[in-house]
Design a protein around this ligand. Structure first.
Ligand code: HEC
Length: 174
């Protein structure tokens, strides 16, 4: 009886601490090992979008035009040198179609994991370049750059798939 009481008290103390770091676990894209998010800069760790993402794996920035200018500028600084201006591919693979080396990148959670933890070779972890909130904005910008069939965009909600317009570089440049 006394043991049970102690066990209940201990678990009541531990459970809230665990949920404070988010409900879901993130994994390295190539190794499959758990990612340690504590390497992320303190800034941008507790925005509404990050808190929601760490609890659910959903990126509320995807489809949110208000963050596109910042997402674009972060993408141009951190990613376009290797992945191309509009994610058409360069040294690294294209990110604007529905072919993925790692199929997990079809979800915003998977794409975030690849950005945070890196993949192989020159695709290193990006936590020294971007904070968590910025990573979610880059994810949203990459989704906006998609030029394929919206029906194949597994990262969009069914409603978003109905209205999504594939990215048009000419219209964007003009
Ligand atoms: C120094 C060059 C370089 C930079 C900078 C870079 N990447 Fe990469 N990236 C690569 C290479 C090379 C690969 C292929 C690695 C592999 O297949 O494991 C890759 C792979 C990827 C993949 C996996 C694609 C797939 O088909 O599954 C994603 C997603 C990705 N990068 C996103 C990004 C984002 C977002 C940024 C900016 C925050 C970025 N990368 C910055 C070189 C780079």
């Amino acid at each position: 009886m006394r043991f049970l009481k102690v066990a209940l008290i201990v678990s009541a103390v531990i459970v809230p601490t665990v949920s404070a770091v988010g409900a879901i676990q993130f994994y390295h894209t190539v190794e499959g090992t758990p990612l340690d998010l504590s390497y992320a800069p303190d800034e941008g760790k507790d925005t509404e979008a990050v808190k929601h993402f760490l609890d659910t794996g959903e990126n509320i920035y995807t489809g949110d035009e208000a963050i596109f200018p910042e997402g674009e500028s972060l993408y141009l600084t951190a990613c376009s040198g290797c992945h191309g201006h509009y994610a058409e591919g360069k040294l690294g693979p294209g990110l604007n179609d529905d072919y993925w080396t790692y199929t997990k990148n079809e979800t915003d959670k998977g794409l975030f994991e690849t950005i945070y933890g890196g993949a192989s070779g020159m695709m290193g972890p990006q936590y020294s370049n971007l904070n968590l909130d910025e990573m979610l904005k880059v994810v949203a910008w990459i989704r906006h750059l998609y030029q394929g069939d919206p029906k194949k965009a597994k990262w969009l909600t069914p409603e978003q798939r109905e209205t999504f317009k594939p990215f048009d570089p000419k219209a964007h440049a003009g």
